[in-house]
Ligand binder design. Structure first.
Ligand SMILES: [Zn+2]
Length: 287
C-alpha cells in the first residue's frame, strides 16, 4: 500500500511538472503573463533539481531569466542565468554554456542601457536620438540612408557606450547588415579602416558572449561572405576586442597587435573600450 501510494504520488508529481512546464511556456509577453510564468517556473524549481533525469533544470532557469528580463528585472535574470551557466559548465554542456554566456552578455547590455536611460542627461538624450535613427532604418530612402550614415558615424563616437549602442542598433537591422556587408567588401582594399568599422559590427554580433575566434564557415552561414573573426587585446588598454574581421586564414596564422600597419598584412582596429586605434598584424599574409 505504502509503495503504491509512493508510486501514485511520484506519478502525479511528474504530471504536475509536465503541466507546469507546458503551461508556462505557452504564456505570452504581457507583464501579467510574465509574472504568471515566473510563479510557475518558481514552483517548478521547487519540484525538480539538478538530479532530475527526465527534466533539465537549466531550461527552467533560462526561461525564468527571460521572463524576469522582460519585466526589466535584470538582476534576477542574471542570477538565474548564472545558476544555469554553473550547472551547464559542470555538466560539460558546451552548447548551453555558449548560449547562456551570450544571453548573459546581452542581458548586461540591456541593464546598462536601462541605467543610462534612467539616469537622464545628455547620454540618455543621445540614446533616444539613436533609437529614432534605428527606427528610420526601416523606412524608405533617403531617410533610411541618412539614419544609417548617422549610426555608422556613431561607431567612432568618443563615448564607448554610444559606440556600443550604435553597433548594437545596426546589428539588429537587416537593412543595415546588408549595407555593412557591402561596405566591408567594397572598402577592404581602398579604405581598410572603414571596412574594419563595418566588419566589426558583423563580428560583434556573432562573437557576443565568447572570446573565441569565429571561423570562415560560421561567418559564411551568417553573412554569406568570406571573412573570419578574431579576438585581440588592445595595444593601449589591454581590453579584449572581439569580432575583428580578418581574412579567412587569419585565425590560423599567429598575429599580434602594434601601433603601425607594417607587416605582411594588417587590420586597423578601434578599441571598444579606450577608443584608440591599433593594428592587428601578421608576418605571413593570411589572405
Ligand atoms: Zn583600448
Amino acid at each position: 500500500m505504502g509503495f503504491l501510494k509512493r508510486m501514485l504520488g511520484k506519478e502525479s508529481l511528474d504530471d504536475r511538472v509536465k503541466r507546469l512546464w507546458k503551461t508556462a511556456k505557452k504564456l505570452g509577453w504581457s507583464d501579467a503573463e510574465r509574472e504568471k510564468a515566473i510563479a510557475m517556473y518558481t514552483e517548478l524549481l521547487s519540484l525538480v533539481d539538478e538530479t532530475s533525469q527526465s527534466f533539465n533544470v537549466c531550461a527552467v532557469f533560462r526561461n525564468r531569466a527571460i521572463s524576469y528580463r522582460g519585466l526589466k528585472n535584470y538582476d534576477a535574470a542574471l542570477e538565474d542565468l548564472a545558476r544555469e551557466l554553473e550547472i551547464a559548465q559542470r555538466r560539460g554542456d558546451r552548447l548551453r554554456v555558449m548560449e547562456c554566456q551570450k544571453i548573459m552578455e546581452e542581458t548586461r547590455e540591456w541593464k546598462r542601457k536601462a541605467e543610462i536611460e534612467a539616469s537622464g542627461g545628455e547620454k540618455a538624450e543621445k540614446f533616444r536620438a539613436m533609437e529614432q535613427q534605428a527606427h528610420r532604418l526601416w523606412g524608405t530612402e533617403p531617410d533610411a540612408d541618412a539614419a544609417f550614415q548617422s549610426l555608422f558615424a556613431d561607431l567612432q563616437n568618443n563615448d564607448p557606450d554610444v559606440r556600443a549602442e550604435a553597433s548594437q542598433l545596426l546589428a539588429d537591422s537587416r537593412n543595415a547588415l546588408q549595407r555593412l556587408i557591402s561596405i566591408y567588401q567594397e572598402c577592404l582594399n581602398s579604405d581598410p579602416r572603414r571596412a574594419s568599422l563595418a566588419g566589426r559590427v558583423l563580428g560583434r554580433k556573432i562573437a557576443k558572449g565568447s572570446d573565441d575566434m569565429i571561423p570562415l564557415e560560421i561567418a559564411k552561414i551568417w553573412y554569406g561572405i568570406t571573412v573570419s573573426f578574431i579576438p585581440c587585446t588592445c595595444l593601449h588598454c589591454g581590453h579584449i576586442n572581439r569580432g575583428i574581421p580578418v581574412p579567412p586564414k587569419g585565425p590560423m596564422i599567429p598575429y599580434y597587435h602594434q601601433e603601425h600597419d607594417k607587416g605582411a598584412y594588417a587590420v586597423p582596429v578601434l578599441c571598444d573600450k579606450c577608443g584608440k586605434d591599433f593594428f592587428v598584424v601578421w608576418d605571413i599574409d593570411p589572405r
